[in-house]
Design a protein around this ligand. Sequence first.
Ligand code: ADP
Ligand code: MG
Length: 404
Amino acid sequence: MTLRTLNSLGDLRGKKVLVRCDLNVPLDGAHITDDGRIRASLPTISRLRDAGARVIIISHLGRPEGTPEDRFSLAPAATRLGELLGESVVLAADTVGESARAATACMGDGDVVMLENVRFNAGETAKGQAEREVFAAELAALGDAFVSDGFGVVHRKQASVYELARDLPSAAGLLIEKELSVLERLTSSPDRPYTVVLGGSKVSDKLGVISHLLPRVDTILIGGGMLYTFLAAQGYSVGSSLLEVDQIETCRSYLAEAKELGVAIVLPEDIVVASRFSADADFVVVPADRIEETPFGHTGIGLDIGPAAAETFTAHIAASKTVFWNGPAGVFEMPAFANGTLRIATALANMSGFSVVGGGDSAAAVRTLGFADSDFGHIATGGGASLEFLEGKKLPGLEALGWQ
Ligand code: ADP
Ligand code: MG
């Protein structure tokens, strides 16, 4: 079966359509530092409004633990969505309670109501399916149809992603359709050379993708937090850098497998080592096998790839026809350690082939560094979901929409 799309829902005029978006935007207090995910949700919302639907938006923000917390309120997202739509968006004070029922009871065609953070309810992320089903049924009672458009969460078996899709007539929104077409282009027949750039901080999450990618790519460039586990696998000391000791053996086997397959795993030749994890820390650049040979000794932390590595990565990217990049090369939030990420983003923006940036922080990084969405072939809204797709895993949120 293939993905059910919006047309499969038929005439939506006057219908209440629940839409699962991923409006999990980065916040600095109440200020949204990157509204990319809200803008990415607009095509589906607009399409539904144009069709006369009454749009009820479901989203999470951050990781509240099943109870309401002010700092995780969707209020900033509701305000921003209202600005982008040119129409105010009502935010219910709860997700399925009295406020949500009242706000959704009196909607006119084309109106937009947002429910408060879906993760304020323990049922959303409950381990037990029964508990999720109970909560999904409460959500389903608010609408007539369900559109799943939160690409960033389709790899999660959560009530508003999975169970809800089975409770109501459901279909994928335009964002999910678009993200999938890009990922299929990456997995079916990418133009070669095909290079994957990996970084970020979720080391063990991301190591898994390497074994699946190895037979399918020409080059893997490794930066970010995971590079130190690879350096340790080569026998180097990494000071106080991010390290997953129990993954060292796995990294060693990837290096061996890559050699056998003729795939290049490129590790940075130099590293920016800081005295501590802080924006104003002292730092020096050293060869990757000398991380502990700085004035900071074994307390030094690798926070970015060095300039020589940035040059090498740039050359690999420039020679590629397809590049997928997930995960910043360093702690880009601190200007002193943003250079590697900036250089990689620049190389992707300058290449002539197909470039894809995936991941919440990676997308935020390129935008805060001043790049436009149009500088890249595509900016994916979900890093975890993209990686799991590339790993060949079945994504529950897509399976619930008929995808196989
Ligand atoms: P994405 O959201 O794009 O998938 P991740 O969430 O995995 O990326 O990682 C992003 C985070 O990784 C950033 O906040 C960045 O500061 C951090 N990071 C990158 N390099 C390092 C490093 N060497 N040490 C610690 N954190 C790092
Ligand atoms: Mg992230």
